[in-house]
Design a protein around this ligand. Sequence first.
Ligand SMILES: [Zn+2]
Ligand SMILES: [Zn+2]
Length: 363
Amino acid sequence: MILPKLMQAVVYRGVSNLQVELLPVPKIGRSEVLVRVAACGVCPTDIKKIQHGILLGPRIYGHETSGRIVKVGSSVTGWKEGQRVGLHHHVPCLKCHACRHRAYAQCDQYKQTGITAGFEPAGGGYAEYVRVMKHCLPGMVPIPKNGTFAEGAMLEPVNTVLKAIRRLELQPRDHVLVAGQGPIGLIFTRLFKLYGMKVHATDLMEWRRQKALQMGAASAHDPTSPEFESQIQELTRGRGVDAAVIAVDSDEAVRQAQKLCRGGGQVCLFAHTRRGVLSSLDFSIPCVDEKQLLGSYSTDITLQNEVARLVFSKSLDVGELITHRFPLEQTGEAVNLAAKPTQNALKVMVIQEEAEALRNEKS
Ligand SMILES: [Zn+2]
Ligand SMILES: [Zn+2]
């Protein structure tokens, strides 16, 4: 395949400063793969990095990426040009102390972002081509014939949700509170439903509460309503929920969830990714009431097959979550919309192979 020398890329140059630039197409080594990006989701963690300037530029963000392999290094086996793939930019070594304890996100190799379109590796999905480094090849997942690039790009976020669910000690028909019904909260809602739990969803936006009910929530609530807490007590026969997931960056949602959780239940933090923000906590809640407060971050490679099955079988139809598509040059607008979603916005994607992606979605 003859590749161009230059490509378009959206470069982060400083706080809220994204520039469309012409850069060299990445060169790959013998153990690496080059992928032509087709779709890339806009993820809240990237939005925070872009809008709060958490890391120094220049960087090319975008890590919920799918595309087509256009070049395979000479010592790479098992992959070929033309294959459509979903990517994971963090892959653990599976050998170190952290990995032996299944704390994959704490593995040193995992923390090294292994996909780049140039500069300090940062995902690179907001560019035309990305270089997949050797240690991230085990995170490449083939997209089956009936699968879309959009689905391929959703494997990474769905994996993060399934990983959090697997950290909870739940039994079928247990009650779970899912706070926040953005794209991630809705994936939680759908997966809990698939695994047989009763989901009580909360969101400030009525439209998102309706969506939660469509995705399988047993009930949906405005968490600021004065009746909300008594409704949950009633729905759980006075017991409280068995677990809660906090898919919104709100400390009040955490305190409310701790209150609504039964003794010995679990509250899982998912959206509190910003460091240095302090909040108060009554330590007798985890100690005396044994209500665990835990967190879950990023993906678990051992769940890749299960995630692919859920997404490509459309048991979890991620197409229902994708409301807005932008071309690469408009990545800035895509980020702004995802950061401040209008009424009906859920998952926002940067789509490059629009025609092909749409055609696949229809077939
Ligand atoms: Zn993400
Ligand atoms: Zn490791």
